[in-house]
Design a protein around this ligand. Structure first.
Ligand SMILES: [Zn+2]
Length: 138
């Protein structure tokens, strides 16, 4: 075995051991990728080959809240909010949609009447009265 091949084998063993240890501690694979050195897709296929799986642990209330704040208050896209909270995009999307639905459901019914098209002085053409945009801002 050449010296280079030996080095590669040692690095490979160390990487595998480290990934196994970290995923057993409950860490997710995604944040372990250090782009552009080790891309997530490369790491994912590496882990898949060696049957290294991140534990299927539920997110804490704290990480859910952090993701929600990132999307709602900081206006981050779901991708970045997921990264900052260490969650998957689909998990963050699910949480955001659940919150959004609960907020929409809690709003009182607004009675709209369909009328011939008219122009709201602020929001332009509409066929509803009152103007939905004006009603939403009240
Ligand atoms: Zn209006």
């Amino acid at each position: 075995m050449s010296e280079t091949a030996l080095m590669v084998a040692i690095v490979d063993l160390a990487l595998e051991a480290e990934l196994r240890h970290r995923t057993e501690q409950g860490e997710f694979i995604r944040p372990l990728a250090v782009a552009p050195l080790v891309s997530y897709s490369w790491l994912l296929s590496y882990c898949r080959e060696r049957k290294i799986r991140s534990r299927n642990c539920h997110h804490t209330a704290e990480s859910r809240e952090r993701a929600l704040i990132a999307v709602q208050d900081d206006g981050l896209p779901i991708r970045l909010a997921a990264k900052s909270a260490g969650m998957s995009k689909s998990a963050v999307h699910r949480i955001v949609m659940k919150r959004r639905k609960s907020m929409v459901d809690s709003v009182d019914e607004v009675g709209f009447e369909t009328v011939p098209p008219y122009r709201c002085p602020e929001h332009g053409k509409t066929t509803l009265r009152p103007c939905p945009a004006c009603a939403a801002m009240r």
